[in-house]
Design a protein around this ligand. Sequence first.
Ligand code: BJW
Ligand code: ZN
Length: 246
Amino acid sequence: MSIDQSFEDTYRRLADALTVTVLTGAGVSADSGVPTFRGPDGLWNNFRAEDLATPEAFARDPQLVWEWYNWRRGLIASTRPNAAHQALARLERRLDQRGGRFRLITQNVDGLHLSAGSRRVTEIHGNIWKVRCTACGLVAENRDVPLRLLPTCSRCRELLRPHIVWFGETLAAEDLRDTYAALESCEILLIIGTSGIVYPAASFAPVAKSAGAYVIELNLETTPYTGVVDRSFQGRAKDLVPALLK
Ligand code: BJW
Ligand code: ZN
């Protein structure tokens, strides 16, 4: 099958499907100007995950970790959803109108899918605009840029942390339940802009495939998913996603 035929075939499948699950990673927000983690301009080239994105790092130096998050909140505050985020929000509305089912599982913490109007979103790694109390667990929205350091809980006055899943932490049980239900029940799983190396998201494609889903990958590059999926297209999310969903 030529690339054009293969694109046309994928376009048709997406147009006909009633149950679609989408998994996104940093690549979908790269076109909005949010830095990715890996790759030539990735955050992990200049920062060590062990120093900033683990519970041990936060226990050692909460000020340093919060300063990094303040910097990222500043970057993200000036960004807007791009054509890929918007096309996914339109897909959800289209499926709603047709009595279909849609679930967007994102590893991104930037909140841009919600800003674009997506509603059935599971943010499996949390959200940079939420804070959580290290003592009582209260979660609250906080959009201050910069956030005054060190922030404390409105209920118990203890230290707040970003409501984000760091390395070595488990994902919320409810998010995992929603995620596996969506993976195991979809006709199509669309994977966009993720390197596919961070677990548990790295295992989502085989889960959906074993349950019978047709799996499509959109990415600038090939990834560990590429050999597992049914179709893989290389290009920018802001171009590929609207073209496949128009
Ligand atoms: C474009 C594009 C464009 C660019 N258009 N595409 C050994 C084996 C197995 C597991 C482990 C292990 N050792 C440790 C673990 C567990 C660990 C893990 O997976 N580590 C791996 C690195 C091996 N996982 C965890 O700890 C998770 N918890 C867990 O598993 O609990 C159980 C457990 C605990 C302990 C031990 C074992 C099990 C939690 C993971 C939390 C991840 N958190 C982070 C950072 C949060 C901090 C923050 O954001 O503030 O989440 S890591 C970082 O990576 C971030 C991302 O969500 C995540 C995924 O990255 P993503 O989205 O894929 O981005 P990139 O940058 O990697 O890729 C971008 C892609 O886009 C590339 O492919 C580009 O080509 C593409 N692209 N521009 C289209 N315009
Ligand atoms: Zn508290």
